[in-house]
Design a protein around this ligand. Sequence first.
Ligand code: GLN
Length: 491
Amino acid sequence: MSDLADLSVGGAAAGLRAGEFTAVELLEAVHRRAAVTEAELHAYLTIDRDGAARAAVAADSALRAADDPGPLLGIPVALKDNMVTRGVETTCSSKILSGYRPPYDGTAVSRLRAGGAVIFGKTNLDEFAMGSSTENSAYGPTRNPWDPERVPGGSSGGSAAAVAAGSAMIAYGSDTGGSIRQPAALCGIVGVKPTYGLVSRYGLIAFASSLDQIGPLTRTVEDAVAALEVVGGHDPADSTSYPGSFPDMRSGLEAGVSGLRIGVVAELNGAGIDPAVQAAVDETVAGLERAGATVVPVSLPSVAYALSAYYLIAPAECSANLARFDGVRYGLRRHGETVEEMMSTTRGEGFGPEVTRRILLGTYALSAGYYDAFYGQAQRVRTLIIQDFADAYEQADVLVSPTSPTTAFPLGARTEDPLSMYLSDVCTIPSNMSGDPAISVPVGVDENGLPVGFQIMAPALGEPVMMRVAAEVERQAGFTARARLATSEVG
Ligand code: GLN
């Protein structure tokens, strides 16, 4: 390995403990990479030079003292800019939070600090995590390191681009309808949406609280396990946090898939999926069968309505959550003659068009007279989806599909047509509606050399079997292709 920035977490951790290099040197390698790639990619909104430098020095003294807090000690990590970081600007890519420096760390962030991780910077996203391309950022889009004319996916597009390009060793994002898995797929890396409640949402700026979940974006499945172990587990500060013990995702990684039942979801494969994407997915399923798994066709009839129901539930929750940005408590404030005028001018200027559209949609869906027809109906659909998943998991241990119907699309291709953008998430939204875990693993490339992601879904707290299958998919795919921009060479 010629460049430290390209190491896996496991590889970097081994090198640090063997004294082959220091955490400060590892951080310098990531800085060098970012210095080259950022001009083109714009994965970061903030790079915290001082904070990262201090954390790397502290990690080196912990290593010398053999005071080992775990797998992320000394590892440079990027955080989506909707995760609050004490004293470090946190904007959600919105003008309304420009200049906002939170007075506290979210739980995932404080666990990372306690684990000795080096928090390198805050990554770009679609404003308030609403979008699938990172083009809805008030601070300009992020580009895909495989092809800078294309989007990295979204909304955690900055996190995905950074990990794929080597300007972070791992990153965290949030997934409400696919925002970790879809950009991971489009950038050729691993992305995990854990079971709802497994990672605390305390300090994650809320979009749709019943769907939001923090998770990792990494280059390998094992790195994703390490990344989850550090931030996961019960947190009394989040009332929806799962109180039981954290599942063991590690011990099955080498177990293979012999005897497991792999359910191929009829509604999420075939129709509407790019042929090259479907071909890579089919080949992966065939590989799992050769490795001893049984492939079973399964049906989730209600997922046909998942996208429509999601676009009522998510905007409804967003309209309530974003009411707090009122010009009084955080960030931007514009002048008005009355309090109401101050608030409406501030919100009118502070929110971009997609966020405004969601707030209006959600307010409408929740209004008296429409509540039952829209929001109530969507909640009933959600119940049907949960029931469909429960039935399917009687027949299969995990369910599989493409992560995204297409590979990375050109910048601008879907910005004029919100529905075409929303369709990017047809395969990922169902697991958010059910609260179940899902992972995207890169399995191949299309005719343009762009990566394809394979999605593995599991029942609630089924991370152990999900990771077990993911590790086998990773071994079979042998996906070693790297993004074109993952280089420290200038020019
Ligand atoms: N693209 C979906 C949306 O715009 C999902 C976003 C997300 O998961 N945060 O709502």
